[in-house]
Design a binder for this molecule. Sequence first.
Ligand code: DO4
Ligand code: MG
Length: 295
Amino acid sequence: MRIIRYLEDSQEIAAAVTDDNIVYPLPFRDLMEVVREAKHRQMSTVSYIQTLISGKQGIHKEIGELNLLAPIVAPEVWASGVTYEKSREARNYETVEKAAGQETCYDRVYNAERPELFLKSTAARTIGPNAPVYLRSDSNWQIPEPELGLVITQEGEIVGYTIGNDMSCRDIEGENPLYLPQAKIWKHSCAIGPAIRLAETVEDPYNLQLTCRIYRNGQLVVEESANTRQLKRTYDELVSFLIRDNEVFDGTVLLTGTCIVPPNQFTLQEGDRIEIEIPEIGVLSNPVQLLIRQT
Ligand code: DO4
Ligand code: MG
């Protein structure tokens, strides 16, 4: 069971999508309202949704025909860093701090008890499927970072899984890790979607296959896959550090780090299209545009 949001006649509609891809509009604004109501009734979210849609007819449209929005208006998107060996390797390649044989900050954080967590995005900067992700005008080395996103409650309970793109500037971070906020946060630098898969309906969240495809002039120029079983940490561990002495809000998304990095010579260009797929969730597709053209 998945949750989507879409726009119809200027109205934002939250809907459940069943395993046979039938879309049922819900009488709630978003997943968090459904989760709260299900808890109030002492039911699982999926059982509660089943009671809501039972005997109803789904809409006569396929998901692909809908004007999809981000599946949740996440008040904040946080992100984890260097949680996969692939990310550690890529950061070590780009950083000017490395000296032969010496540990970098990336080596240390990969092995440390405390994970790297950073604020990635706010609701206004986060986009959903099909909206453009923007390129920074002051970077020459930009990539998408395909990541599994955890949708959590204010208590830190993982209620769903989505796909996130943690757009990143490798040259800005590589010049100095203290530039991380500029390498990570700008207008439309974070995309989530296309759906939230209810956590209760995921058999093994440590066995999700991610595939990233990048198209240029209609041609596939990058295609790489990885699996969440390669994650160095647990989801609960990442969440427990996020909520420690912190205030988090219902519907916060925590990205779990990238396991896919395009080849080192690759940088995104205006006109590219990025697709990130996790079969249990869907395909998050976004065109790439230069931010400077938008202002
Ligand atoms: O260390 C900087 C960011 C790492 C990151 O975003 C990732 O590993 O996904
Ligand atoms: Mg990342």
